[in-house]
Design a protein around this ligand. Structure first.
Ligand code: NDP
Length: 257
């Protein structure tokens, strides 16, 4: 990642891709000064691996309780992060937490659509809005010109299933209507944010992690979390203002809208 120390926040950091991001970022090569690893139940059994990592890297990792579908929980997270980073702000925010529902159009209920939207779209929207002051501070405090993940950026973990261009090829294999609609919504959200906040030098990006063997991706996934995350971190390191609002996969290839 970056050559200079940065602060990073990751949602859904207790398992899957989020946990692997924490693992790889703290290992180095030594550029993350503070890593806010967010999860909804820091004391629960699903956060054990994250707790173990936090004990190993006490100066870097801060575990923050955050349910992305709950605005009050996000606001409390902002307070916590602000008290640590102060005027330096937050350099990189990764909207990673997400849920998947495998419904077809005929199975999909309003409750299912609402539930998936709450986590996958409204959550990232609230997080971007609430953390904006800290991202602004980071952009202002940075001596670098242009945009980058070292300066002030929001990376949104999207999915190829949110690609309209790929629906005809993939729908038969994997319908997941509410999930697809939510990730397409997340893509538009990030594009709007990129356009609205361009003059503030905050970079917005969308990444497809590949089909990964996590709880969500299942055992038949094509790659391990370690390969996906290594790829995504490499892509993040290359992003500049020229790529703000673009949609890439973990290999750096453009994903069609
Ligand atoms: P997992 O199901 O393995 O992990 C999901 C993470 O999101 C968990 O940490 C979970 O926390 C967290 N989470 C879910 N809901 C909330 C919430 N309301 N508040 C806070 N945290 C929440 O998924 P992956 O790691 O595989 O996926 C990570 C991201 O990558 C997701 O956005 C997903 O859509 C995307 N993605 C994954 C692919 C894959 O093949 N795996 C493919 C394409 C995209 P908890 O333990 O509390 O449930």
């Amino acid at each position: 990642m970056a050559a200079e120390a940065v602060s990073v926040l990751i949602t859904g950091a207790n398992r899957g891709l989020g946990l692997e991001m924490v693992r790889q970022m703290v290992k180095g090569p030594g550029t993350v000064a503070k890593l806010f690893a967010c999860c909804r139940d820091p004391d629960g059994p699903k956060a054990k691996d994250l707790q173990t990592l936090a004990v190993k890297y006490p100066n870097i990792i801060r575990i923050v309780r955050m349910d992305v579908s709950d605005l009050n929980s996000i606001k409390a997270g902002v307070q916590h992060v602000a008290s640590v980073v102060e005027k330096k702000g937050l350099n990189l925010l990764i909207n990673n937490a997400g849920i998947l529902s495998k419904s077809t159009l005929c199975d999909c209920t309003p409750e299912d659509m609402q539930n998936v939207f709450n986590t996958n779209v409204i959550g990232p929207m609230n997080i971007i809005k609430e953390f904006l002051p800290l991202l602004h501070s980071a952009a202002k405090a940075s001596k670098m010109s242009g945009m980058s993940c070292k300066k002030a950026a929001v990376v949104n973990i999207s999915s190829g299933l949110g690609s309209m261009g790929l629906v005809k090829d993939t729908y038969g294999v994997f319908p997941a209507v509410s999930y697809r609609v939510s990730k397409a919504g997340l893509n538009m959200l990030a594009l709007c944010a990129a356009a609205e906040l361009k003059s503030n030098e905050i970079l917005f990006s969308l990444l497809h992690p590949g089909w990964v063997r996590t709880d969500m991706g299942g055992e038949e996934g094509e790659i391990d979390a370690s390969e996906s995350v290594a790829g995504m971190l490499s892509v993040m390191a290359t992003l500049t203002e020229k790529q703000s609002g673009d949609f890439f996969d973990y290999k750096g290839e453009v994903v069609p809208w």
